[in-house]
Each structure stands twice: as structure tokens, then as C-alpha cells.
Design a protein around this ligand. Sequence first.
Ligand code: NAD
Length: 337
Amino acid sequence: MKYLTDEKLVIVGAAGMIGSNMAQTAIMMGLTPNICLYDPYAPGLKGVAEELLHCGFEGLNLTYTSDIAEALTGAKYIVNSGGAARKAGMTREDLLKGNAAIAEQFGKDVRKYCPDVKHVVVIFNPADITGLVTLLYSGLKPSQVSTLAALDSTRLRNELAKYFSISPDEVTGCRTYGGHGEQMAVFASTAKVNGEPLTRIIGTEKLPGKDWEEMRVRVVQGGKNIIDLRGRSSFQSPAYLSIEMVAAAMGGPEFRWPVGTYVNNSRFSHIVMAMETTVSANGVKVKPVTGTPEEEAELDKSYRHLCALRDEVISLGVMPPIDKWGDYNPYLCQTTD
Ligand SMILES: NC(=O)c1ccc[n+]([C@@H]2O[C@H](COP(=O)([O-])OP(=O)(O)OC[C@H]3O[C@@H](n4cnc5c(N)ncnc54)[C@H](O)[C@@H]3O)[C@@H](O)[C@H]2O)c1
């Protein structure tokens, strides 16, 4: 089997649903033969490792441990879904306090055990905040930490394909930016349906305004819908997309969706949010994007919502006030464009 790299990939939260699916996906996509699984829940972790070993993969060097020092030492790539998952009736933000504290410890562990890590993908929710906390305490560069935010865009693509009864391949340019929460900004102006700009279709008999509004709600509540259908938070799609992100960071195929990244410029200050991005072996790069005035206003609103969450984490004492961030990670004081 040909692998993208032979460097060590650590999957944090590997006993969980996303983590175990990521492990299998990473092996099947040929990312690296050197995969280490970490989870504090040792019996579940052993069960996942046993299952993977029972697959009979060839050329695989799979290790697992509940010792974080052992897991992270020598890590060059990390993907982390290790935190509590949303239960029915909870929003991603309800998870805030517990998972932000987990992210603080994780960031400190990265700094201590694998300061030479090349890229870290953060998944556990609210991912914009846990990614920001990880970035702060790890001391890594903003281009080295990304968060999973693509699901909102893939859900928009799916909703449009279902509505028009066409293949999802005929729907292009689906984008949501800002927070990966229920206050995301759904952009219509970037999308095309069968080659026709979506903005030209909205409000016509093809897609009446009311139907578009209902579709936006279904996109924003896509995660809740999976919980309603399956009785638990989604895991197949986040696992797959996160491994695609890691593959891109390893120099593999380009990642085709927005990722969450640190932004600090004249418009958005000291925040992690979904932007138009590329992910490559050089990390995350942000590309400019302009929407309609309504979309831009939605993005501003989403940003303000994220700022409120960030400030709540600061008031909880999990993060220091912004003017002290330079003491922990000087890169966060630099502007990002
Ligand atoms: N960003 C996204 O698009 C997205 C999508 C779906 C789910 N999620 C989030 O991903 C996370 C994981 O979801 P899941 O379905 O795999 O949950 P899960 O409960 O199945 O697994 C979580 C795993 O994390 C482990 N864990 C707990 N504390 C930990 C710690 N301190 N360090 C490392 N691991 C720890 C648990 O033992 C468990 O095995 C949740 O926070 C969920 O909300 C994010």
C-alpha cells in the first residue's frame, strides 16, 4: 500500500464514534501506516484497536494508549474528537464549559509533548472555541490548527440536491462561513445549481423564497436532524471530512470545503471561524470572499455570536483576557492577512 506519509498520526478520542471511524478511514485512505489511538476510556479504546486489528490490514503499525504523553510524543499530525458529544435538546454551545477545559489541557499537552507537530485538526464542539483554546495553549501558528466546519456546507449541497432531485455533483460552490453553530452564515451567492447561480433561482417558481428559508433552517439544524433520526450525534460525516482535512495537511488532495481557522484582521478580531480556505502541507490559507450585503450582515452576526462565546470562556477563566494572549502564543497578536 502507498501511504501519503509515514509520519505519526494521533487520533484523540479514538474510543468514541467519530474517533473510531476516523481511525478506520485514515487506514483505508492510506494516510500513514503509523497511527496511534488515544482515549482516556481504556476498555473502549482497546475494543476499537482490536476491531481494527481484526480487519487484517497489511503494513499497519497501529498503537493505542491512555497515556497522553506516550500518545503525543513524536506526533506530526493530530486529529481530536475527544470531548463530550451533544445529546438531544442540547446545542453545541451547551457543551462549552467542559469541552473548553478539555481543549486547554490538550493545548498544553501539545506544547509539552509534541511542539514539532505539523498540523492539528480539532473537531469536538463547539469546535470554533475548542480550536481557539487549543491554538492559544499549544503555541502553534494559526496555519497549523484547523477546525471541522465543512459539514454545514455539505449539508447545504445535500439539501439543494434533494430539493431539485438532482445529483449532488450538479450542485457546486456550497458555502457556509462564520460559526459552526446554529448562527452560521449560509451563503447563497457562491452556489450554483446545474450551473445556474442559486441567487438567480431563489424567489422564482423554481425555489420560492419560503422554501429557501425552510432549507436554510434545515441546513443550520442539520446536526440536530441526525440526532433526531439516529438518537445520537453525527459521526460518519465528521469522521470522513476530518480525515480528508488531515490528508490535505499531509500534502494529499486539496480539501474542498471551508475550514475553521484563526482570523485577526480589521474586520474579525481574535477568533476562530469558518472562512474560505485552502489546506495544504503549508497549513491553512485564508482566501477573500465577498457575499451579498445580507450575507455579509449574517457573517457579522455569526462573528458577534462567536465573540460572545469566546468572552464567556474568558469569564469562566479557561482563557486569559485577549490582551494577555501574547504571553501564551505570540502568533495570536499578529494580523492574519
Ligand atoms: N465539528 C463538527 O462538525 C462535529 C460534528 C459532530 C460531532 N462533533 C463533536 O465531536 C465530539 C465527539 O463526538 P463523538 O460522537 O465521537 O462522541 P463520543 O462520546 O462517541 O466520543 C467521545 C470520546 O472522547 C473521549 N474523551 C472524553 N474526554 C476526553 C479527553 N479529555 N481527552 C480525550 N478524549 C476524551 C471519550 O472517552 C469518548 O471516547 C463531540 O464534542 C461532538 O459534539 C463535532
